[in-house]
Design a protein around this ligand. Structure first.
Ligand code: 2BA
Length: 149
């Protein structure tokens, strides 16, 4: 089979795959983790981005991190839900790229990350690229291309 990089797919604009900011569930760093847990449960997602009021990306927060943070020595301590802030629990070690990044880069990030955050050059959060969108595109491309060969 022809190599993928001979087909220019690795140079595709990543903006073809973005889920734009208005469709992305998110919380703010100064929300408490009770609010974050409610958003996570209602949206159905495992983890979502943390954005400030200027739509700058601070990190991501997951159900597992929240549950871990309310775990006491021998019991769950739900009273911590209201007292603890998202900024105390979130991780800032996330997959993030600029909107000018190449497809190849997000594809390699998606091996270890279910979604990748996309920012403008000025640092505004633009949206996310999910592993499923990348795989769907790759699958369509390979099948479409196979038929042509
Ligand atoms: P997860 O929450 O672990 O979700 C894994 C996959 O489960 C999703 O893959 C999707 O196929 C399905 N899924 C989960 N919750 C769903 C829901 N409420 N409605 C429909 N399908 C649902 P992807 O769509 O590839 O998303 C990968 C990851 O990207 C998600 O991982 C989540 O962390 C994040 N994500 C996706 N869309 C998002 C959005 N609109 N807002 C915030 N985060 C999003």
């Amino acid at each position: 089979m022809q190599k993928l990089d001979d087909m220019n797919i690795l140079d595709s604009s990543i903006m073809n795959f973005i889920i734009s900011v208005e469709k992305v569930a998110h919380v703010q760093p100064n929300n408490n983790i009770e609010h974050a847990l409610l958003i996570l449960i209602k949206s159905g997602y495992t983890a979502i981005p943390v954005l400030d009021t200027s739509f700058r990306l601070h990190g991501l927060i997951s159900k597992a991190q929240i549950l871990d943070s309310i775990l006491g020595i021998e019991k769950i301590e739900p009273e911590r839900l209201q007292k603890t802030l998202v900024s105390d629990v979130m991780t800032s070690d996330i997959a993030r790229v600029k909107d000018t990044e190449r497809f190849e880069k997000v594809l390699s990030f998606s091996i270890n990350h279910p979604f990748i955050c996309v920012e403008s050059n000025e640092g505004s959060f633009l949206g996310i690229i999910t592993r499923s969108k990348l795989l769907a595109y790759l699958n369509g491309f390979l099948h479409g291309n196979k038929r042509k060969m």
